[in-house]
Design a protein. Structure first.
Length: 120
């Protein structure tokens, strides 16, 4: 499954949903008005778009996620790797390290993650 990459506006609405779900759609409209200064029509337009892309659903006027924010971020990262580095995480890391030196703490954290992965 190819993940849809949300726009900045869609991400703003998504964050509200992830924080508060399950969320009645009327409450979502109120929260979007308060936090984002959006009109009702804007909220429903953006909501429809993210629901069409199987990230959220609006069923019986209650909005819930079809994937967690963590799952969305992971799938978006996988898509980025596939599109830019032929799916190669080592290729991405090598390209990243050409531009930025890691601190000792970052190296230790990455080493720990790799060791944990080896154990599983």
């Amino acid at each position: 499954m190819v993940i849809y990459v949300m726009t900045e506006a869609e991400m703003q609405l998504a964050q509200i949903i992830w924080e508060r779900e399950p969320l009645p759609s009327g409450e979502l409209v109120k929260l979007a008005a308060e936090r984002l200064n959006w009109k009702k029509s804007t909220t429903y337009t953006v909501l429809r778009k993210i629901c069409e892309n199987d990230i959220f659903q609006n069923k019986d006027a209650v909005v819930t996620s079809l994937m967690s924010s963590e799952e969305y971020a992971r799938k978006k990262g996988e898509r980025y790797l596939a599109e830019n580095y032929n799916g190669s995480l080592p290729g991405f890391v090598a390209a990243f390290l050409k531009r930025k030196k890691l601190s000792k703490k970052e190296i230790e954290e990455l080493s720990k993650l790799i060791e944990e992965y080896k154990e599983n």
